[in-house]
Design a protein around this ligand. Structure first.
Ligand SMILES: NC(=O)c1ccc[n+]([C@@H]2O[C@H](COP(=O)([O-])OP(=O)(O)OC[C@H]3O[C@@H](n4cnc5c(N)ncnc54)[C@H](OP(=O)(O)O)[C@@H]3O)[C@@H](O)[C@H]2O)c1
Length: 265
């Protein structure tokens, strides 16, 4: 489906990003693997992409730094000349209650998660224009619209991502660039270990799976499939939307959840 395409997936050395990167390679795309702190897992992602017969370009860049963003896109242009898909997946954050937040944590989180979407999209656009258009998919989170424990700054950054997604969708449409976001439910990656309640409550994941209407938690592959669909011609009339991929978990009224298949409420 994506033969002769070039895809950038930020934060694709591990977690959901690595699965998205491998999925796009399995669909025939060359992939730019971006990482920040963990070169070893990024090299593994790149190696698995090469084994699928696709090119993998490994670029270390802190998405919170404007100079790094500029260098990332210059490197892509040098290697591939153009770009088709930009998956804005990298995220970081200071997970603390409201009263323990500091300006440094706000700036760090906002710059890596939200500012980077706008300014990386600016850089991606001329490269996509060279290929006649493209697609941008940003990875958001339920914390954009709901209150999660210790999540205030990440939640605010994800709300900003969803807003920027809508503006990009309208303003980049004349360049034939399709822009949307995906909001995953709970996915068991290392990211969850930053939450105290996940570390201390060993049954949390099982409970969450038990009350999810689809009967299980979301897996990275579920997200990768939807991201790929949003980059496909079949999705070209979906613009500026946030697609929730959570097995129906967010549909439930709090306190009235029941396990799938049970007959009483
Ligand atoms: N897991 C969930 O339940 C869940 C739910 C909703 C939304 N999401 C969203 O899904 C996306 C992926 O989450 P995940 O669970 O896979 O996270 P993760 O396992 O913590 O991985 C985070 C990724 O982001 C990269 N990253 C962090 N800071 C970076 C920076 N400054 N510059 C470039 N890359 C950076 C990391 O690279 P290095 O290791 O090289 O630093 C890593 O590849 C995020 O946007 C997250 O908010 C996750």
């Amino acid at each position: 489906m994506f033969e002769n395409k070039v895809t950038l997936v930020t934060g694709s050395g591990r977690g959901i990003g690595a699965t998205i990167a491998r999925h796009f390679a399995s669909l025939g795309s060359d992939v730019v693997v971006n990482y920040f702190r963990n070169p070893a897992s990024a090299r593994e992602t790149a190696e698995s992409i090469r084994k699928l017969g696709q090119k993998a370009l490994l670029v270390k860049a802190n998405m919170g730094e404007m100079e790094d963003i500029a260098r990332l896109f210059e490197t892509i242009e040098k290697e591939f000349q153009g770009l088709d898909f930009f998956i804005h997946n990298a995220a970081s954050g200071y997970n603390r209650p409201v009263m323990q937040q500091r300006v440094k944590g706000w700036d760090w989180t906002m710059n890596i998660n939200a500012r980077s979407l706008l300014f990386a999209a600016q850089r991606a656009t001329p490269l996509m224009v060279k290929h006649g258009g493209g697609a941008i998919v940003a990875i958001s989170s339920p914390g954009a619209g709901r209150v999660l424990p210790d999540y205030v700054v990440v939640g605010a950054s994800k709300a900003a991502i969803e807003s920027v997604t809508r503006y990009l969708a309208v303003e980049l449409a004349p360049q034939n660039i399709v822009v949307n976001a995906v909001s995953p439910g709970m996915v068991l990656t290392e990211a969850l270990q930053h939450f105290e309640m996940v570390r201390t409550d060993v049954h949390l994941a099982d409970r969450a799976a038990g009350i999810t209407p689809a009967g299980r938690l979301v897996e990275p592959g579920d997200i990768a499939e939807v991201v790929a669909f949003l980059c496909s011609p079949a999705a070209s009339m979906i613009r500026g939307q946030v697609i929730t991929v959570d097995g129906g978990a967010s549909l439930l009224a709090p306190g009235l959840e029941k396990s799938p298949g049970s007959s009483t409420i």
